[in-house]
Design a protein around this ligand. Sequence first.
Ligand SMILES: [Zn+2]
Ligand SMILES: [Zn+2]
Length: 407
Amino acid sequence: MGNSRLVFIAIGAIIGIGVAFAAVYNFQDQEIQQVSVSAINEEKFLPYGTTSFMYPGEPVPADEMRVTVFGSGWGFVRPGQADQSIFVELGNGDSFVFDLGEGSEANYMAMHVPYSKMSKLFITHLHMDHMGGIPHMYAFGPVGDRFTPLEIYGPSGTSSDLGLEYAIEGMKQYTNWNVISFKAALPASDGFDINVHELDYTLNPGVAYDKNGVLITHFPGAHSIDGAINYRLEWNGLCVIIPTDTNPTTWDVENGKDCDLIFHEVGPSPEIYAKNLDVPVAAAQMIVDSSHTSPTAFGKIFSQTQPRLAVVTHTVENADTIMPIIDAIRIYYDGPLAVASDMTVFNISKDEITQRTAIGPDLPWTNTLIPTPDTDPELDIHDYKTQNTFDHIIPKCEDAEDGQLCY
Ligand SMILES: [Zn+2]
Ligand SMILES: [Zn+2]
C-alpha cells in the first residue's frame, strides 16, 4: 500500500462554461477532527491545470488500470449527475461496465466508448438507479458495433423472482418489439443474444469472472433486502472495488484489505436531504438508514482498510452536501480521499494514482469501431409489416405511379 500524501477532491464541474475545479489538501499533519464547513477555506483548493483532463480516444497505458465514473448519482437522475455506472479499462485491452444507471450511457457516448467495449456488464443490485440504462444499451448496441452477446453478471435473490435471471427475462419481453424491428432491418449478428451469469449473493467472496489474468470476485452488501453485492477486480497487481448500496458492514472491511482504489457509497445527510425536499428529518433518516452508509461510517471502514485512495460515490453532489460529508468522514479517516463526480477519471499504476476529469462533446455520434457486417437481416421485414402499411407510404417520385403523392 502506498502512502500518498495528497488528497484530491473533485468538487464539481460547471458544465455550462466548461470549468472544473479540484481541491488538493494535505492532511499529513492534521489531527482527525470534525470541522465545520466554514473552516474549509479557499487556500486549500487549487484549480486543475490543463493536464488534468482526459479527452475521447486516449489509450490506456499497458500496465495501468483506468477507472471512469460515468454515473455518480443516487436514485434520482439529474442533468449533472447520472445514476451509478463505473467503467474499468485495463492495459491489456479488456473493459468492464459496473452498473448502468439511468442517464449514464450518454456519458459513455460522450467519451466515444463503443458498444463493443460495453459487452461485459456487472450489476451490483437490481435497483433501477443501477440497471435502468440496460434496456436501451442492450437494444441499441447492435445498431452500434456490438455484434457479440451481451454478458450480464449480477446477483441472485432470496427467491428466484428476485434474481438477475428473472429480471433479464422480463427485459427481453420489454424490448421484444424493439429487437424484432431491428432484427428485420439490421445485418444479422449475435448482438441481441444475452448470456446471464447469476451470482450467489451469499458468497463471501464468490468468483464472478476469471479470465485473461482478470479476477473479479463479489461479496455481499446489506441493502433494504438481500441480494446486493460488491465487486473486487484484480489485474496486474492492481485492485479496485466497485460498491453496491449498503449499510456499513464487516464484509466491507474484510474484502477491502490490500486494494488500491476503493469506491464506497455515501448516503446524504438526513438533515440536508429533509431540508431540500421539505420532508421530515425522520422520513429522510429512514431512507438513508434502510440501505446506505453515513459518512462517519465510511470513515470508520476506511480507517480499517487503508487503501491507496478511498472514493465517495453514489451520493448527492450539491454545494451544501459535499463538505459536510468530508467533515464527517474525517472523524475516523485521515487517508487519501476523493469525491467522484460524473466523468471523474482515475489512472492506477503501481507508482501512482492520478485523478482527472473526462471531457467529451455534448452531441457525440455513436462510436463504431468495427465495420457493419455484410450480411442480410435475420428476419424478413414482410413477416412483420403488412401490405396495407406499404400502400400508405409516400414514395420517392422516381418510384411513384402517375398522379401518386410523392417527394
Ligand atoms: Zn442506488
Ligand atoms: Zn439500491
